[in-house]
Design a protein around this ligand. Structure first.
Ligand SMILES: C[S@@+](CC[C@H](N)C(=O)[O-])C[C@H]1O[C@@H](n2cnc3c(N)ncnc32)[C@H](O)[C@@H]1O
Length: 212
């Protein structure tokens, strides 16, 4: 049964506009996901505080910001947070939940079409978003994020293991998690001429990318 679900999860992918429609449909259920991932994100940021000199960095770009869970963690650490998502409904939820955090700009943006200038931001982040994309898109996304970022690009994702719960969510979401967890990231880093490290923090995997 688990194998059957995994096979379907691995085969079913939503293209960009369908992914947008999917998140526009499910935004009201996202409170459940928020409850599940909020503590892990808080731990990740505390750990990154010790590893990266973020306090002296004024700007951060976040993609796939969803309902703004990570944006709210970034807000006290940076002078300005630019948080983008393709789903208008998720952005509306993010604005509502982040009321009072005046240094965050939530705006519509497609991760597959980044038009910012080179080095426009100090850091870039994506939490639980890169696994939505296939291998070629992932590589292009990382390349583009490193182009617009002076410092590190941080990718936060689910743990690299196959649980039934994860398989069901992947199937429902139509993401590329199966090949995400089997990706040879060192090879991708070499292709992109980038430095790459990976660690496990707070029940998540955290990748740190930087142009060589
Ligand atoms: C699993 S949610 C993660 C949300 C948030 N980062 C978090 O940690 O809760 C994935 C988000 O990616 C957004 N997304 C999907 N495809 C996108 C694209 N091409 N460009 C920008 N955002 C996209 C979805 O709308 C959704 O809000």
């Amino acid at each position: 049964m688990k194998k059957w679900i995994q096979q379907r999860a691995a085969a079913f992918h939503r293209p960009t506009q369908e992914m947008r429609a999917f998140y526009n449909r499910i935004h009201r259920l996202y409170w459940f996901v928020e409850r599940h991932i909020r503590p892990g994100l808080q731990q990740v940021l505390l750990s990154l505080d010790d590893q990266l000199d973020m306090q002296n960095a004024p700007t951060v770009l976040e993609y796939c910001c969803g309902s703004g869970l990570l944006s709210q963690q970034l807000s006290p650490r940076f002078t300005h947070v630019t948080a983008r998502d393709i789903s208008e409904k998720m952005l509306t939820r993010a604005r509502r939940l982040s009321k009072g955090l005046t240094n965050i700009t939530f705006e519509t943006g497609n991760l597959l079409n980044i038009t910012d200038a080179d080095n426009a931001f100090d850091f870039a982040f994506i939490s639980f978003g890169l696994h939505l994309f296939g291998p070629d898109d992932r590589k292009q996304i990382l390349k583009e994020l490193m182009r617009v970022t002076r410092r590190e690009v941080i990718i936060i994702e689910h743990l690299p293991k196959w649980e039934l719960k994860v398989a069901l969510v992947e199937w429902w979401e139509g993401s590329h998690y199966t090949d995400f967890i089997s990706t040879e990231w060192r090879r991708v880093a070499d292709d992109l001429n980038a430095n790459f490290s990976k660690q496990i923090i707070g029940g998540t995997q955290v990748q740190i990318w930087r142009r060589r």
